[in-house]
Design a protein around this ligand. Structure first.
Ligand SMILES: [Zn+2]
Length: 423
């Protein structure tokens, strides 16, 4: 397959200004990128696609995916789903994400050990449409930590696996690695909805973090951390964690440590769920709603402060995160770009770079993914609108005139199956 996309405005993901251009795709890769005026002899005989009036940008990368979080109102509802049903719903979420223009996704945790792994492999084998996927383990959490849904009086699971002490962390991490997970997830801090493990506390010990990191790094795989507390961010950095999510309460020392490690690590705020929950609590005058709001508001203010500062310090921040809850459903992930602009002071170009070039890097494929360059994988979006003037155009699937992943063309559809492969 040789396809010349011509007469489009090309924004290549590097941060350079867009230009009227043409892009030649052969097989799964981009083979030439040229200004519109240049005559491209390599394109002789190629199929042509008219991109007039449209923007051609790299495919988006979701940097903190939970494809097996299937829009349930509670975490324990994920524990109730049998694995067979859960796998089918995870495949459905994969189609939704591709249909929303996300051609890659770095998972931040699966709700069961093999869900990401099975869906990643099904996508690679062509059994299911979906983004390129890096599979994560479930959230390894301490007793009482975020994702521990157990209760003394009944059997109840949630999305986490409770492990205490370095031996249990090591054993569970090794088991997840054996089952094919690319990334081990550790919940170092608590969260705003977990009373026995609040956002501001590092509830996992250094020894437990080290055990998980050693297990993954020994075979060249990575560790991602849920780290809202400043002490959790510092623990992640001290102990070699590769991807540090949230970082909301990072103090000056933690920010300095993040900056010192900025060529090694990735971060991602996952702001979407915080804003969606704040929105859903508007007008809720119940004492539970008010109590939730009291914990959420300072967290929102802290995360804005922190991520404005992280942006200024040049720390790599990825777009996306924690879509897959009732308030923040799968497929609405492109809202994150708007959040980066509105709340973190990014320009549209910077938000788009976070979603493309930095996204390619967190996928461990920065040399071939996330930019429009000769030799790179042909993961492209043809957008009817100017995302540099207004990033919100990417939220409207009707404006995605073409989604391309590895040279294969897709169109988003209304309703299931969310996306349709064309060639
Ligand atoms: Zn998450």
């Amino acid at each position: 397959m040789r396809l010349l996309i011509e007469h489009a405005t090309v924004w290549d993901g590097s941060g350079a200004s867009p230009f009227p251009g043409q892009v030649l795709v052969e097989g799964e890769r981009i083979v030439a990128v040229a200004p519109a005026a240049e005559s491209l002899s390599a394109a002789d005989g190629a199929e042509r696609l008219d991109g007039r009036g449209k923007f051609l940008i790299p495919g988006l990368v979701e940097g903190h995916a939970h494809l097996s979080f299937v829009d349930t109102p509670r975490g324990t509802a994920l524990g109730e789903l049998p694995p067979e049903d859960h796998a089918l719903l995870t495949m459905d979420a994969a189609r939704k994400l591709l249909g929303a223009g996300f051609t890659s996704a770095c998972s931040a945790a699966a709700a069961k050990i093999r869900l990401d792994v099975a869906v990643r492999d099904a996508i690679e084998r062509g059994l299911c449409d979906g983004p390129r996927l890096l599979a994560a383990s479930p959230e390894l959490t301490v007793t009482g930590g975020l994702g521990d849904g157990r209760r003394l009086h009944l059997h109840q699971d949630s999305f986490g696996v409770a492990v205490d002490g370095p031996d249990e962390v090591r054993r569970m991490a090794r088991l997840c690695l054996r089952e094919g997970c690319d990334t081990i997830k550790l919940n170092i801090s608590g969260d705003y909805g977990t009373e026995s493990a609040p956002s501001e506390a590092a509830v996992m010990t250094d020894a437990e973090v080290v055990a998980g990191v050693e297990a993954a790094h020994t075979i060249g795989r990575r560790v991602a951390a849920h780290a809202r507390a400043s002490d959790a961010v510092k623990s992640a950095l001290r102990n070699g964690v590769d991807i540090i999510y949230h970082c909301d309460y990072a103090d000056e020392e933690a920010l300095d440590m993040l900056e010192a490690a900025k060529d090694r690590i990735f971060t991602g705020p996952a702001i979407g769920i915080v804003l969606a929950r704040l929105e859903s609590l508007r007008g809720d005058n119940s004492w539970q709603g008010q109590g939730f709001l009291e914990r959420l508001k300072p967290l929102y203010e802290a995360t804005c402060r922190t991520h404005n500062e992280m942006r200024k310090r040049g720390i790599r921040i990825v777009v996306g995160g924690d879509y897959g809850f009732a308030a923040n459903p799968q497929g609405t992930n492109a809202r994150d770009l708007e959040h980066f602009v509105t709340h973190f002071g990014f320009t549209a170009s910077e938000a788009l770079q976070a979603a493309t070039r930095t996204g390619g890097e967190i996928m461990r494929r920065g040399h071939e993914l996330g930019q429009i360059k000769p030799g790179f994988l042909a993961d492209l979006l043809l957008v009817d609108g100017d995302p540099l003037a207004d990033v919100r155009v990417l939220q409207d699937k009707r404006r995605l005139a073409m989604i391309m992943k590895g040279g294969a063309r897709y169109l988003p559809c209304e309703g299931t199956p969310h996306v349709r492969r064309l060639h």
